[in-house]
Each structure stands twice: as C-alpha cells, then as structure tokens.
Design a protein around this ligand. Structure first.
Ligand code: ADP
Length: 306
C-alpha cells in the first residue's frame, strides 16, 4: 500500500473496541496522509470527529522513521489549548495511524494562499495564541524547530493549534550540542541564522522566536521576508537580515508601525530576542483591537471587524 492510497473504510485498532470510520481527505504531507474520521463504539457512530493521520509503516529512509518516533514521543505528552491534541497511535494492517484533534479550518498557509494577507487584528490573535503554545513548550525545554504557517492549524473556532512535532527536540542543557541537525529540506525561509552558522548544532529555543518573527511578517505580506527563488539567496539574505517592507502603494494591507517594530525586535541575534511573554507585551498587542471570536469564512475572505 502506498502512502497516499485511500485508507480502508473502517480502521479497527483492536477487536470489540473503538472503530474509526474514515471520511474525506484533509491533506497530505511528505510522509503521511490525513483523513477526517468518525469514532464508532461497539458498532455505533458517536458523532465524534477526529483527524486520522496515516503513516506508512515501513518508512524509508530511516530519517523519516526517526521523525515519526520523535513526533509520537514528544507530542503524546503535550496538552495545551493551542497545540493539536494527540489522542493515540496504533498499527492496523500495513500502516501506522495517529489519532489527532481535527483542525477543520486547515493550516494558516492554506488560508494565506487564499487571503494573500491577514489584517492586523487577525495577526494579533494568531500570534498571541502561537506565543501561548510556544511558552508552554519552552517551559518544558521543548523546541518545536519547525514553526511555520504550514504547521499552524486552525480549529472550527479559528483557534491556532500548533502541530507537526516531527522536528521537535528536548533541550537537556542550554545550547544542547546533542540536538540533531535540523533537516535542511523543505523551506529554508524560517531558518534562524544561528542554525546556518553552527551547522544545525548547539542552537536553542530562540530559533522558535525567530520563526515567530518570520510568521508575523509572512501573515502581513503573504511572502516570507527573505524569500528568494534560490535557496542560497535566502541563506545570504537571512544572514545579513536583509529584508524590506513593501512600499505602502504596493500592498493593500494596512501594516501598522507596531507590527514592523515587533518583527524588527524578533529578527535579531538570538541573545536579543524577546521570549513569548515579552512578545505579547509589545505595543502591537496593547494599543488595538484583538478579535475574541473569528468566523471560518476568514480562511478565504477578509473579516469586517467593528
Ligand atoms: P507531514 O508530517 O507528512 O508533513 P502533516 O502532519 O503536515 O504531515 O499532515 C499532512 C496534512 O494533513 C497537513 O498539511 C494538513 O493539511 C493535514 N492535517 C494534518 N493534521 C491535521 C489535523 N489535526 N487536522 C486537520 N488536518 C490535518
């Protein structure tokens, strides 16, 4: 069975227990495919919907298998309103399955593709919630290491849920030299400069704070600050911290000076980056409106806040 083959109509972890009735595909990633599924107990549908992530059991190369083990070990211990809840993992037939909280509104990256940019009130809400999750992780010495709009999911109430813990690591000491290299595959847009400098070794939780700066800019502009067609050019730009805000005449977004300042305070040397509590104390969050609720329609059309 290939990774992207349809799952069986019902997935049965053990006899006489819970059954997962598989539904529509929610998305696919490099090594997994995710389906919506309904939980059934003793043959009766319960109406409880979860996300069923299907991972190929004989994963190759070994690096991918490692990613999955890390994800299970770390993610299964976490509980926070802004982190995708992990329910269980099991094998059935040729595949390994992970049962996760469903995020009905997809990823922020998908929403951003449709919206092109988010408004300042939306960005405030997304960042505050992301900072809450990152504070929780860092308090437990966990570095996510792959924070990006594609790993920030949205539940049915448009709350941020940080997901994909495949690259996460626990820091044993400050600047832990035992940390595995972060894979240089995927987008380098969110890489902190110290990861390039130290060859991926000895970095710390500050890499997540850099990524929050990149996310903040990307949500306002629709493109990452160091974006370039060639990977080497992204590396060069980010090492020199060479980024610009587009001319106001070239963007429809009304970008506040406070957001520019917040990004500037984050895209700095690791020692100078504010921690999550300091980030949410920035004036960007102090002086203006933060929506308490948001509609799912915001994933494709701009909201009309009062
Ligand atoms: P990979 O680790 O292979 O990149 P992901 O964890 O990113 O896999 O999942 C692949 C895709 O499945 C995501 O891009 C997203 O579209 C969807 N997905 C993953 N987890 C959930 C979830 N909890 N709720 C809804 N959709 C999800």
């Amino acid at each position: 069975m290939s990774v992207h083959a349809d799952p069986p109509p019902s997935v049965v972890p053990e006899p006489n227990g819970i059954t997962y009735i598989t539904g529509e595909q929610l998305g696919k990633g490099g090594f997994a495919i995710c389906h919506r599924a309904e939980v059934a107990e003793r043959g009766k549908a319960t109406g409880r919907i979860i996300a069923l992530k299907i991972v190929k059991s004989k994963m190759e190369p070994a690096k991918m298998a490692q990613k999955f083990v890390t994800e299970l070990q770390l993610h299964s211990k976490l509980q926070h309103p802004n982190i995708v809840e992990f329910y269980r993992a099991f094998t059935f037939g040729p595949s390994t399955y992970v049962v996760l909280e469903v995020c009905d509104n997809g990823s922020l990256a998908d929403a951003l593709k449709r919206r092109k940019f988010f408004t300042m009130p939306e960005i405030r809400r997304f960042l505050i919630q992301t900072c809450g999750a990152v504070k929780y992780l860092h308090a437990r010495q966990i570095i996510h290491r792959d924070l990006k709009t594609g790993n920030l999911f949205l539940d049915s109430n448009m709350n941020i849920k940080v997901g994909d813990f495949g690259l996460a690591a626990v820091m044993v000491s400050k600047n832990d030299v035992s940390l595995r290299r972060t894979t240089m595959c995927g987008t380098p847009n969110y890489l902190a400069p110290e990861i390039l400098e130290k060859g991926g070794r000895g970095h710390n939780e500050k890499v997540d704070l850099w990524a929050i700066g990149i996310i903040a800019y990307t949500l306002a502009i629709g493109k990452a600050p160091f974006h370039a067609p060639k990977r080497e050019d992204i590396y060069k730009k980010l090492q020199m911290c060479d980024y610009k805000w587009p001319d106001p005449s070239k963007t429809q977004n009304d970008i506040s000076n406070d957001l520019r300042d917040l990004v500037a305070t984050l895209l700095v040397h690791e020692d100078d980056r504010p921690c999550p509590d300091q980030i949410v104390s920035h004036t960007f969050f102090k002086t203006a409106f933060i929506p308490e609720t948001m509609e799912s329609s915001c994933t494709s059309v701009p909201p009309r806040f009062p």
